[in-house]
Write a protein that binds this ligand. Structure first.
Ligand SMILES: C[S@@+](CC[C@H](N)C(=O)[O-])C[C@H]1O[C@@H](n2cnc3c(N)ncnc32)[C@H](O)[C@@H]1O
Length: 365
């Protein structure tokens, strides 16, 4: 009889094989592949990771903005698939996702370094309130110094991040980089200040491209540090307001491997396609391209529909609504909103309409 550890190894071996097949064929099971593979990685039997994702909104006790399924996808992916090169995370907050990636690497007994890049500072009053609540919760179980707690009251969690992760077994593999990627203008961002020249990342997890401009600056900085085969993992890929991420991926021509909730895993193709793709994406939205952008988002929505990802279909449709609204296409936005209301009703989704209604759009005419 096979014991649990053996069966876990078998599941890992099977997943690794499916991953390789999917990686090379590109056509494995057609569009359903992405959802099947994502769900498989998110549900791989792994008692240690299941324990760490038991509490909703926390990983290993660390408050996180990423869903439990997304965290399991990360941990299981990094523990199962050999990653050739260091790993980069952009946008870690208190490090729930950092923990998931690092635990995965630990389980694989892999030596990869993990670069973690964040501004570690945001003084928006609403955010400082959330940070304060999360730090108060953390202090019940973690030893945080008075200095670290005091800094978070002003929106700075750099010291707290170090103190949270210092006690964890993966701390020595972390390279913590405090950096702000230009957010409102597409200015140059120099990754060489943080990462040695010649580095080629095996995987990059992005949860910090929160505007078109920072996506352009961050991605342009990143292109010399990736190579064909690098995994590009975007947390906000389907998120309703982040319509620029599918547009970016479409310009880069990266192949979609798997997806769970809003997290999608892509593989980098040719280097020249990356270099040209980032310029095609551009420093800011091109308002003459509305119809092109709309068609790209519609195609992503359609492919989510065909893959059986109903909520993905809804969210990419919501991205089209945000695009229409932002680009001043009021009539189209109105029609899309009506369609989204009907879809939400049919799917029993009650959180999207309040979210869209509360979003303030900067409308370009
Ligand atoms: C949604 S949170 C990340 C959540 C995290 N992955 C987790 O597991 O909870 C986004 C993070 O991106 C960072 N960020 C956003 N824009 C950034 C920028 N332009 N440069 C650097 N960091 C940025 C924020 O400081 C924040 O920590």
């Amino acid at each position: 009889m096979t014991d649990l550890a053996d069966s876990r190894d078998i599941v890992k071996a099977v997943l690794s094989q499916i991953f390789q097949l999917s990686h090379f064929s590109g056509e494995f099971l057609g569009e359903r592949k992405t959802v099947l593979l994502g769900s498989a990685f998110a549900s791989l039997v792994n008692s240690e990771i299941s324990r760490m994702t038991k509490e909703h909104d926390r990983f290993d006790g660390i408050p996180t903005m990423v869903t439990p399924r997304e965290l399991r996808l990360l941990a299981n992916l990094f523990s199962t698939v050999p990653i050739d090169g260091p790993v980069l995370e952009i946008g870690c907050y208190l490090g729930g996702s950092t923990g998931a990636i690092a635990r995965g690497l630990e389980m694989a007994q892999a030596a990869n370094r993990l670069y973690v890049l964040d501004s570690f500072m945001w003084q928006d009053p609403g955010f400082v309130k959330v940070l304060g609540r999360d730090i108060d919760h953390l202090r019940r179980n973690e030893n945080l110094s008075d200095a670290a707690v005091e800094a978070t009251r002003g929106g700075d969690w750099h010291l707290a991040f170090h103190e949270i992760h210092k006690s964890r077994p993966y701390y020595d593999r972390l390279e913590v980089c405090r950096a702000l990627i230009p957010y409102k203008t597409a200015d140059t961002f120099d990754l060489l200040k943080y990462v040695p020249n010649g580095t080629k990342f095996g995987a990059v997890f992005v949860d910090g491209f929160k505007s078109w401009e920072s996506t352009y600056s961050g991605m342009k900085a990143l292109v010399p540090f990736v190579r064909p085969g690098t995994l590009l993992i975007f947390q906000d890929f389907s998120w309703c307001t982040c319509y620029w991420l599918p547009l970016l991926i479409s310009s880069l021509g990266c192949h979609l491997l798997m997806k769970v909730d809003n997290t999608a895993v892509f593989v980098v193709g040719s280097e020249s396609r990356m270099v040209n793709g980032i310029e095609k994406f551009g420093q800011s939205p091109n308002f003459d391209n509305y119809l092109i952008y709309r068609d790209i988002l519609t195609n992503y929505a359609r492919s989510m529909f065909h893959s059986g990802d109903d909520v993905g279909f809804l969210l990419h449709t919501a991205q089209s609504y945000v695009l229409a609204h932002t680009f001043g296409e009021a009539e189209e936005a109105r029609k899309l909103f009506g369609f989204i209301e009907q879809l939400c009703d049919r799917l029993g989704v009650d959180w999207l309409i309040p979210k869209l209604s509360a979003t303030s759009f900067q409308v370009h005419q």
